[in-house]
Design a protein. Structure first.
Ligand SMILES: NC(=O)c1ccc[n+]([C@@H]2O[C@H](COP(=O)([O-])OP(=O)(O)OC[C@H]3O[C@@H](n4cnc5c(N)ncnc54)[C@H](OP(=O)(O)O)[C@@H]3O)[C@@H](O)[C@H]2O)c1
Length: 247
């Protein structure tokens, strides 16, 4: 219980889906949470905030587009102004790209760039904005949310898959550069989850075969907690982690 007591955590993209599930579970585990999404989903973010507040956890909502540098700086600044530090950063916000999902040859270049900015440049910018104060304390955990689309070349998952592959490599390089500092960087592939993104990607998919985002939170709690203090540069598969926990 309370694996995240006194941890200050920032979760991008928490107006729905996995981000909301993480905000609620982190709060349940004793953390303070900074939650974020863009203005277009302010109502969803407010609902997440309400559910976190109901757990008596300190919470700060910041509407910001993490693909934009000025927004990232404001988000990090507001988080540090309110809580004085951020111990855990979860780079969860993500763009799927156009739907129905097109082949690369049909993918508009601007849309490709938006996916890369949201899924790669944003985690880079957020990490850059928050890593200094983590280094100053010699502790911190950064968790990037990846996907199997980053490991397998699925047709029509081009922009998204390329971005997740890049995010996994960003994870490895940050981890190598930060080795020995106490700041660690890992990525998690949560597997298929029943969320708005999944439904947009596969409108005819069988949602009953997709897991609820709430079920994959244990691997994130583990990586955010001191129990994983020596773990860095790893790519976790949520389902594998859950299976090992059951054994
Ligand atoms: N669902 C799956 O099956 C699955 C599988 C593998 C990996 N993943 C990964 O899991 C993570 C969560 O996905 P999900 O399925 O929960 O997706 P989701 O339901 O679409 O939620 C995505 C969240 O990110 C926010 N967001 C998107 N672009 C943003 C931006 N530029 N700035 C700030 N917030 C932004 C969204 O809010 P707004 O758009 O309104 O801002 C929303 O809160 C993602 O990294 C995704 O790639 C999902």
């Amino acid at each position: 219980m309370f694996a995240l007591r006194d941890k200050i955590t920032l979760i991008s993209g928490a107006s729905r889906g996995l981000g909301r599930a993480l905000a609620i579970e982190f709060a349940r585990q004793g953390a303070s949470v900074i939650i974020n999404s863009r203005r277009t989903s302010a109502a969803g973010l407010a609902e997440t905030e309400q559910r976190v507040r109901a757990l008596n956890a300190p919470v700060l909502s910041v509407l910001a587009d993490v693909s934009q540098r000025a927004d990232v700086e404001r988000l990090a600044g507001e988080a540090l102004a309110r809580f004085g530090r951020v111990d855990v950063l979860v780079n969860n916000a993500s763009a799927l790209g156009p739907t129905p999902m097109p082949y690369l040859v049909d993918t508009p270049i601007e849309e490709f760039e938006v996916v890369l900015r949201t899924n790669v440049t944003a985690p880079f910018m957020l990490t850059r904005a928050l890593v200094g104060q983590m280094l100053a304390r010699g502790a911190g955990s950064i968790i990037n949310v990846s996907s199997d689309a980053g490991a397998v070349g699925y047709p029509t998952w081009g922009a998204y898959g390329v971005s997740k592959a890049a995010l996994d490599h960003l994870t490895r390089v940050w981890a190598a550069e930060l080795e020995g500092t106490g700041v660690r960087v890992n990525s998690v592939d949560p597997g298929d989850m029943d969320t708005a993104m999944k439904r947009a990607s596969e409108p005819d998919g069988n949602a009953s075969r997709w897991t609820k985002p709430e079920t994959v939170t244990p691997v994130f709690v583990y990586l955010a907690s001191d129990e994983s203090a020596r773990v860095s540069g790893q790519r976790f598969l949520a389902q594998q982690f859950l299976a090992a926990q059951r054994d």
